[in-house]
Design a protein around this ligand. Structure first.
Ligand code: GCU
Length: 679
């Protein structure tokens, strides 16, 4: 059996030792979930459930509170008795895990009452898993859902005990169950099983016979309070439906999708809905019929509405056939240019999913101007947990600081009292349906023994879930929790070492890769390692424009692509003006000479050299720090990270030397400190 992700069974059992439980969910009657809740207590925690509440010292009670959120819970302790309460069984599951986490982190609970409610109603993981078992941008082995035959099934929850050789499902329901538990234990409540690029046979997941297998997986997730979504292909009516068109305004097409939704809901009553990537990177979409993306999204919304489902429509739409010679084109503008004018035209059960930055999950990007630009649209902000541009789970990169900076960024809009709205509050403010906003993130797990390839990469999945639930936590607090739950055997110093590495890792990676927000100087073959000019004369629309005098993309209104004008006046002014533009985004917004002086007094060229030397040196330091942990933490985890750090070191050196040499050759400026720059 695979390694535990956090709150392993032994840790959970320890936290619950000496407790007897009672479970009172009669008033809410959610059978699969209450069965699961009891199973978690009896089998996983190894603790008895007693029938008389009076004899239990931990009492779980659903339906007695009236919290605004059906997922909120309270934990109240007095005189050795703890009551965990919420409106629903799902809330009790969160409460049980919240209680276990607190017991593990904080030792003995003291008397008192806490109430905990999620910040965001939609807290989702998107899998880019493909039915051949591969995972697009996955770095932790094969898909946990699809691929080679697996072992077994828990017939009790899935009802599908057999797999046959032709089907695309892995069938390892133990793995699915363990994963569902992990997600529930950090508050994730939605999962999309398949890649947004729905190719070939994956188009058929919405139909029999595979729908039955999807239903089996969905039942497991549902028992943990997680609803299942599927990515669908916009052209499915033609590709698998036998229709001559996929026009979203064609009545036959609409009827076809309605029929698909009806059949899915017969099998999966709490199915979440569809995720759609349309007119993007070669995927089909409404543009082929002269229709808008609101027309497209609303067609799915109509099909799903009778069942309470949601369509999640991605805003990642841009021209990936740009001509680098055309300096007026700017990929950063694309999402806003496409979607701003559709504000207010999406159905109540449609949600627009916007990547956090305007380009594509780079190490440093400003907040997307659509987040702030819309005023009557349900929005999801999309993150990427899988480390596509952040080191492939070979390099340690705890990305929670980056994500937190996005959810706390100024959207440029004010609330009714004139106070600036951060992302998290803004989503609520502009929602058409406040229960349909939140966060989604591309997942990072696979069949690797430790789930995420790099043991420390687990912290990103954990941290993402915690951030969705409680955006007021700091990156340091989340790292502390994860380290404690994951390495219960480690002493305080060892944990502090791990936390220190995690806490600085995102900045370290930024230092030896892309300076000052420039982005995409990456190897185009897979996005790992340096490739300074790989995207420079290319159709994907991502450039740095380095020449002998300077570097950066002029996105100003005054002299550039006009991108800064997509922000509200407050935010636009900050970025437009060289004096106020934050250094870390300087080259994202401006083309400046190498001699340009940053706010700390360093020139741009010297900053490039300094950060690249410092970034690579930090990795050497991580190796030295990590080696002090030998014998003080679990051996497998120790060896795994040690091996990854060695590879990270090679990568950091490759980046350091290629970037420094490139900019030295371009600028002719020597390093002020005379360090080695290869000629
Ligand atoms: C990135 C990624 C693709 C993915 C795309 C998306 O460009 O490299 O693999 O399909 O994002 O988000 O749709």
């Amino acid at each position: 059996m695979a390694d535990a992700m956090w709150l392993s069974e032994s840790v959970a059992r320890r936290a619950a030792s000496g407790c007897t439980f009672s479970v009172d969910v009669d008033r809410v009657g959610e059978d699969a979930r209450s069965l699961r809740l009891r199973d978690e207590i009896v089998r996983r925690l190894g603790r008895p459930i007693v029938s008389e509440a009076g004899r239990a010292n931990v009492r779980l009670v659903a339906g007695v509170t009236s919290f605004d959120s059906d997922e909120a819970f309270s934990i109240e302790s007095h005189d050795g008795v703890t009551v965990i309460a919420g409106n629903t069984t799902a809330a009790l599951m969160y409460g049980l895990y919240g209680w276990l986490r607190r017991r593990t982190l904080g030792g003995t609970p003291t008397d008192g009452r806490i109430v905990s409610a999620p910040d965001q109603p939609i807290r989702m993981i998107d899998h880019w898993d493909q039915i051949d078992g591969s995972v697009e941008r996955g770095y932790a082995g094969e898909s946990i859902f699809f691929g080679r035959p697996g072992s077994n099934v828990h017939a009790e929850f899935t009802g599908f005990p057999q797999r046959d050789e032709t089907d695309a499902f892995r069938g390892d329901m133990d793995r699915v169950e363990a994963y569902a538990r992990f997600l529930a234990s950090v508050g994730i409540n939605a999962v999309c099983l398949n890649n947004v690029n729905v190719r070939g046979l994956a188009t058929n997941l919405i139909a029999d016979p595979w729908l039955g297998r999807v239903a089996g997986i969905a039942r497991v997730f549902s028992s943990f309070g997680v609803s299942t979504f599927l990515s669908v292909n916009f052209a499915a009516p033609m590709r698998i439906g036998g229709l001559g068109t996929s026009d979203p305004l064609d009545p036959a097409v609409r009827a076809w999708w309605a029929g698909v939704a009806d059949r899915i809901y017969e099998r999966i009553p709490d199915f979440g809905g569809f995720v759609v990537k349309a007119d993007s990177e070669g995927e089909p979409g409404p543009f082929a019929y002269g229709r808008t993306h609101a027309d497209g999204a609303n067609m799915f919304a109509e099909a799903l509405a009778p069942h309470g489902g949601t369509v999640i429509w991605r805003a990642f739409v841009y021209n990936c056939r740009q001509d680098w010679r055309d300096r007026t084109l700017d990929r950063a503008r694309a999402a806003y240019d496409h979607f701003r004018e559709l504000d207010g035209r999406f159905a109540k059960n449609a949600v627009l999913q916007v990547k956090f930055g305007p380009i594509d999950f780079q190490t440093r990007e400003p907040l997307s101007p659509l987040i702030g630009g819309m005023s009557r649209t349900n929005l999801i902000v999309e993150f990427e947990i899988t480390a596509e541009y952040l080191g492939h789970q070979i390099d340690v990169n705890y990305a929670v600081p980056q994500w937190l900076s996005m959810i706390h960024a100024d959207t440029g809009r004010d609330d009714a009292d004139g106070r600036p709205l951060e992302t998290a509050d803004y989503l609520r403010d502009v929602a058409v349906d406040p229960s349909r906003v939140g966060y989604a993130a591309v997942g990072n797990v696979g069949m690797d023994d430790n789930w995420t390839g790099h043991k420390l990469a687990q912290s990103n999945l954990y941290g993402y879930g915690r951030m969705c639930w409680d955006g007021s936590l700091s990156a340091g607090e989340i790292a502390r929790e994860w380290t404690r739950l994951t390495f219960p055997e480690a002493d305080g110093d060892a944990r502090a070492t791990i936390e220190r590495i995690l806490g600085t890792s995102n900045a370290t990676y930024e230092r030896y890769t892309a300076p000052l927000g420039v982005g995409f100087m990456v190897n185009r073959n897979g996005h790992y390692g340096p490739g300074v000019n790989d995207y420079e004369y290319d159709r994907w629309g991502t450039y740095h424009y380095a020449d002998r005098d300077g570097v950066g993309v002029d996105r100003t209104v005054a002299t550039g692509t006009g991108y800064t004008g997509q922000y509200s006046p407050r935010v636009a002014a900050t970025y437009e003006n060289l004096a106020t533009c934050p250094d870390e985004l300087l080259l994202f917004f401006h083309h400046v000479p190498y001699s340009h002086v940053l706010h700390d007094g360093t020139s741009v060229i010297q900053h490039i050299y300094d950060t690249h030397f410092a970034g690579a040196a930090a990795v050497d330091d991580y190796i030295a720090q990590w080696e002090t942990l030998a014998g003080r933490i679990d051996d497998t985890a120790y060896e795994n990270v040690r091996e990854r750090l060695q590879r990270q070191r090679e990568n950091a050196i490759a980046w350091r030397d290629q970037i420094n040499t490139y900019f030295h050759r371009m600028s002719g400026v020597d390093d002020a400190h005379g360090r080695v720059i290869h000629r």
